[in-house]
Design a protein around this ligand. Structure first.
Ligand code: LLP
Length: 422
């Protein structure tokens, strides 16, 4: 459920019309709904009420400080993959003691900073990384809490670019090798194995890959216990899918129940790292039609060039991601003016589109909302074609808060200079 609805013919975020937001902040602009984010977090949290758990929002999905602060206030922890994300969490008021640090290539300075602020756990992805964390921690005279990210070798059945739990993927430690590595970790003075971690992919729409992964990991937990290595938590990663078009993913409650059921009777804390399921449908990208390039014949291609592009939202270009595109001013369902438009950006790439063949009735200057853009939208935006990145705002009831000002062209050139002799 989300809080983007039409009132008096205009699409609103909670109590604010997107027309007003476009007028005030320009376009393209990312608009997030606080009530939607809050609801998504609470539904997840309440589903886990019977189990000891932490929800660690995956910052890569949406790293805006306003968004992170809102989640921190709700009690959320965070899953980070860089020191940059860690500093964002701290600036937003997040609790470092509820931070887990994932990612295949943590640098020494990143490990050091994470130890300094006292994060909950490092999710270790290789033997070399375990040795590195051990060395940094020993150097600092402390011991680092670690989980090994094991690769359970299950096929999540998602887009190959966002599938991570197969042997052929670069992530994690092969499950057969994990026992030996835990035994090594238990001997190291600078690390303390406290948990086990996995993440098998993103936009998963069925429960079975999660069930398979958790079952395999619990078997590992049991084998480790037999060897005197008792773990405190199991981190099942993120990955629960959302509806972009017609997908029917399990609800967070069904998902949480399934995982909690598998671990019931064990003294294990559960950690989740959801990103998309909390944030995707809590955000839209508003964009304005710049101009239309209708084809000569009805069955020719018709292009609507809008002011948002692949640099602002790369999911359609990178993963064939499908986002609903709706007019901000409601259109009659049977409008005779409708055509199938390719909604494209102004960038010099054929892959620069937000949606293809969308049935809409369009005129220049119309406003459109690209739905489900709250996760992996702004965080993946770039400055390609020297395009400043959009503004970001959060709507709370009837109030709009600008949580990131639109970049200026001067921002883009900050730190650059001409050669001294030119
Ligand atoms: N934990 C780890 C270790 C991850 O690698 C990810 C996402 C998550 C948690 C959060 O997964 P989620 O709950 O959001 O599925 N840019 C792609 C998605 C990449 C996901 C990468 N890892 C997209 O736009 O579809």
């Amino acid at each position: 459920m989300d809080h983007f609805e039409y009132h008096s013919g205009l699409l609103h975020a909670e109590g604010v019309s997107l027309v007003d937001i476009a007028q005030r902040f320009g376009t393209p602009t990312y608009v997030y709904s606080a009530a939607t984010l809050t609801r998504h977090y609470r539904v997840f949290d309440q589903a886990l009420a019977g189990s000891d758990h932490d929800i660690c929002f995956a910052v890569k999905a949406n790293g805006n400080i306003g968004v992170l602060g809102l989640l921190a206030d709700l009690g959320s922890g965070f899953d980070i993959v860089s020191v940059g994300e860690l500093e964002r969490v701290i600036t937003a008021g997040g609790d470092p003691a509820k931070v887990v640090f994932s990612g295949v290539g943590k640098r020494r300075d990143e490990i050091r900073r994470a130890l300094e602020v006292g994060i909950a756990c490092f999710n270790v992805e290789s033997e070399a990384e375990l040795e590195r964390i051990d060395a940094v921690a020993q150097d600092m005279g402390c011991s680092a809490p670690v989980s090994l990210r094991v690769n359970p070798d299950v096929d999540a059945g998602t887009h190959p670019y966002i599938s991570t739990g197969l042997k052929e993927n670069k992530f994690g430690i092969a499950i057969e090798r994990a026992e030996a590595l835990y035994a090594r970790a238990a001997e190291m003075a600078g690390v303390n194995p406290v948990g086990v971690d996995c993440h098998i992919g993103s936009q998963l729409t069925t429960l079975s890959p999660f069930r398979d992964a958790v079952t395999r990991i619990l078997a590992l937990v049991d084998r480790l216990a037999e060897h005197g290595i008792a773990l405190e938590h199991i981190d099942v990663g993120g990955g629960l899918g959302v509806r972009y078009r017609d997908e029917n993913p399990p609800s967070p409650a069904e998902y949480a129940d399934a995982v909690a059921e598998l671990i019931s009777g064990r003294d294990l804390k559960l950690i989740f790292e959801p990103g998309r399921v909390l944030a995707a449908n809590a955000g839209v990208l508003i964009t304005r039609v710049e101009l239309l390039k209708p084809g000569a014949a009805a069955d020719d291609k018709h292009f609507a060039v809008v002011d948002a592009a692949m640099n602002d939202l790369i999911r359609p270009a990178l993963y064939d991601g499908w986002h609903r595109i709706v007019p901000v001013a409601e259109q009659a369902a049977a409008s005779s003016q409708k055509r199938r438009w390719d909604v494209v950006g102004p960038i010099c790439e054929t892959g620069d589109f937000l949606g293809l063949g969308r049935e809409l009735s369009l005129a220049p200057d119309d406003l459109l909302a690209v739905r489900s853009a709250g996760a992996y939208g702004f965080t993946m935006a770039s400055n390609y074609n020297a395009r400043p990145r959009p503004a970001e705002v959060i709507v709370v009831d009837d109030t709009v808060h600008e949580v990131r000002a639109r970049e200026s062209v001067a921002d883009l050139m900050r730190g650059e200079r001409r050669l001294p002799f030119s």
